[in-house]
Design a protein around this ligand. Structure first.
Ligand code: URA
Length: 234
């Protein structure tokens, strides 16, 4: 593990600004292996050294994995000049990290979205090779014909000629459906129903792989994933 500056380490791990960390270190709030360290450029090894700040041990987490219940009206990109993004909803103490969004949901789509600073993990999640199931609930502007279930299973052909991978369509009645896909093309679900002449009024992602959005995670709230939850995605 490469060494890094103590001010960077403290600010990234406990989520305070770099300048706040420097001020605190200069004031004597930081210690390395039991010895006060006032030099904020001091190099530490996060995997070996024991760092304390403001009376608490600063635990080292290489990466963070967060699930968010995305509200409608928020962009699922890392930055946007005009609109609020999902990163704006993540707890302030994680903002110092190099977070990015795993895959995209449309601005009006709600539900489960994952945010991380682990690039390899993000890549594996969105790679078509991983064939991870994504389950959505869609509210349509019309009724589905029973034959559409078979067409989705076969792989529906979009207006641009792209043949989708097999998808599972379940009629939940009253113009509500569950749809499970294993790929993530731009506006994929809206375009799939578009072929059948149906509009999608509401779209909500409820599951990615084995990771389900918990009922008690309110809209706009996020929570860190534990190891078991991370594994359940694949
Ligand atoms: N398909 C869509 O059309 N929109 C989404 O946000 C996700 C899947």
């Amino acid at each position: 593990m490469e060494k890094q500056r103590i001010d960077k380490f403290i600010s990234n791990q406990i989520g305070i600004s770099r300048s706040k960390a420097r001020t605190g270190i200069k004031m004597g709030k930081a210690s390395v292996n039991g010895f006060t360290q006032k030099d904020f450029s001091y190099q530490i090894n996060p995997e070996i050294d024991r760092i304390n700040y403001d009376g608490n041990e600063v635990l080292y987490e290489k990466f963070v994995y967060i699930m968010l219940n995305k509200p409608s009206g928020v962009i699922s990109a890392s930055t946007d000049g005009k609109h609020k993004t999902v990163l704006d909803l993540v707890s302030g103490d994680l903002r110092g990290r190099n977070l990015s969004v795993v895959g995209r949901l449309d601005k009006d789509t709600t539900g489960l979205i994952i945010i991380t600073d682990d690039g390899d993990f993000a890549h594996k999640c969105i790679s078509p090779k991983s064939e991870i199931e994504k389950s959505y609930i869609a509210e349509l502007d019309g009724d589905i014909k029973a034959s559409l279930i078979e067409e989705f299973k076969e792989g529906i052909v979009l207006a641009d000629g792209y043949k989708c991978k097999p998808a599972i369509l379940e009629d939940l009645k009253e113009r509500k459906v569950r749809i499970i896909i294993t790929e993530g093309k731009y506006h994929q679900i809206k375009r799939m129903f578009g072929v059948a002449g149906l509009g999608v009024n509401r779209l909500h992602r409820e599951r990615i792989g084995g990771l389900r959005l918990p009922d008690n995670l309110s809209v706009g709230e996020s929570v860190k994933l534990n190891k078991t939850e991370i594994k359940s995605i694949f």
